[in-house]
Design a binder for this molecule. Sequence first.
Ligand code: LLP
Length: 431
Amino acid sequence: KQALRVNEQGHLVLGGVDATRLVQAYGTPLVVYDVAVIRQQIQEFQSALRHSGLRYQISYASKAFAAVAMYQVIDEEGLHADVVSGGELYTALQAGFPASNLSFHGNNKSLAELEMAVENHVGVIVLDNFHEIDLLRRVLLAHKTSCNVMLRLTPGITAHTHRYIQTGQVDSKFGFDVDSGQATRAVQEVLAIPQMTIIGIHAHIGSQIFGVTGFELLVKKLMALSAQWRDQLDFTPGILNLGGGFGIAYTAADDPLTPADFIQHIAMALREAADQHQVALPEIWIEPGRAIVGPAGYNLYSVGSRKDIPNLTPYLSVDGGMGDNIRPALYHAKYAAVLANKMDAPTQETVHLAGKYCESGDVLVDHLALPRSEPGDLIAMLDTGAYGYSMASNYNRNPRPAVIFVEDGLAKVVVRRETYADLVRLDARYE
Ligand code: LLP
């Protein structure tokens, strides 16, 4: 984990820009991405995969943070991206992202979404269920065209992470179940549809995973299945898409493997399984979201009110909260935070860092050690880049923050701050 940069005034510096200057210019709450960190995270995956000697593709899971500027950076770095809705697809296309480099995921894509994907020649549609096979077949017939597909499988693997973000276990809404033979029936069905070309199989076991065991089990399972299909159906998937889920450190207590370690173990498991089953080495795709944007993001807040309670931890409130980062309230997610305009001041107290939303559960960090602060001071929450802004809401009719990209000492607004007028833009009078 990289050290935070601090200037002579004791201010946090992000992408070469003083955080207090960002806040003077753009206000709080503010979401800031250090673009160099995004590029660095990408390059770490790229170099590990390059060293593995495998054929590979990295697809950014854009649900972690989607915006026109983000798709531009992903394209600049030569990555693919995955989208999970018509809205993400639309945003990517608006950014000029090549449709051929997109994968379209989702357990209940609508007819309109499938039509949009087909009309725009999305690179691969990841089929999730039998209903969708039928819908897509009809869309392709109507459009007199064909497309590439992958099959999303439920491998029956339980990742060690929060229950809400586990996805590989048998009891899951996603994908074709492997153990009951659903996956084999699905592949037979799709092989018989001339308009669809199965380029590979996909599985995603969960998110914020720290160890490699789940991925190793997944690789073994998918390779065994490939061998079975080769023997039974004369079909071997050319690509194994292992999904995302690579964990990041939010606090000092977190100790995930590095991207390089994940990839090295996956590559070893893959070569072993290929030997064991005498199956050719497939191309490997991964879909990291959190690991690419999480460490690059900061949420900046102004300190406001404070409540001291005899014998208890005080509440220090900031001008944002669960509307711009729902993760603490939703998953009990832990974050580190610093007093960004007094980085050199000694730690003096422990507070609960509370948001401004009308809900007791709107606490961003429990028991946060900070220097003594006063109203107007600046709090920076760290590693907020994944599933923060992308899950933001207008709860309590608070406008969503602006998003700033900083790089090489330059700051740029990539999503403007919502205004009160934006809040009523879609409202209609009832009369
Ligand atoms: N691929 C698929 C098919 C996925 O469903 C996901 C995440 C990813 C890739 C990316 O996973 P990542 O590398 O970011 O862990 N809102 C939750 C996370 C939900 C993840 C959903 N799927 C959170 O804030 O922790």
